[in-house]
Write a protein that binds this ligand. Structure first.
Ligand code: OFO
Length: 169
């Protein structure tokens, strides 16, 4: 049986993960409109990963006998002044998500919900990678400055990102 406080907090996080997906999809659309196809590809895959994160919460709530409650997802921004600004915002967003995950861990420990804590540890580890990967791209963009050639090469590199194969169920 799922503790009601955990149920409510996990439903809120499900919404936050869907918003993350929406935000990155909006960045993908923005990059498409700028003809930065590689960055658009990277963000599109990021959006799919966020959707998978949301579904992890969806499944956990259901498996523990809770009720998934879907609520309104905020509209994301539509434009960014530069690729650097978009990736910096993505990094700030991931730092915010890490804080939310840490808050959920604190709640799970406080409520002595060890199953929820064990479930959240995957996200704790994932957030380290999520923050690092966007920060690395933002740093490269900062170094590139307004050198179009470097930007072009980086765009090509980001175009090679593919969605990792799903682990066996
Ligand atoms: Fe970007 O990790 Fe989920 O939100």
């Amino acid at each position: 049986m799922l503790n009601p406080k955990i149920e409510e907090a996990f439903n809120r996080q499900l919404n936050a993960e869907l918003f993350s997906s929406y935000l990155y999809l909006s960045m993908a659309a923005h990059f498409e409109s700028q003809n930065l196809k590689g960055m658009a590809n990277w963000m599109r895959i990021q959006a799919q990963e966020e959707n998978a994160h949301a579904m992890k919460f969806f499944d956990f709530i259901n498996e523990r006998g809770g009720k998934v409650v879907l609520t309104q997802i905020d509209a994301p921004k539509l434009e960014w002044p530069s690729p650097l600004a978009a990736f910096q915002e993505a990094h700030q967003h991931e730092c915010k998500i890490s804080e939310l995950i840490n808050g959920l861990v604190d709640l799970a420990l406080g409520e002595k919900d060890h199953a929820a804590n064990a479930f959240l540890q995957w996200f704790v580890t994932e957030q380290v990678e999520e923050e690092a990967s966007v920060l690395e791209i933002a740093e490269k963009l900062k170094l590139a400055g307004d050198q179009g050639g470097v930007l072009f090469m980086l765009d090509r590199e980001l175009g090679q990102r593919t969605l990792p194969a799903a682990p066996p169920a």
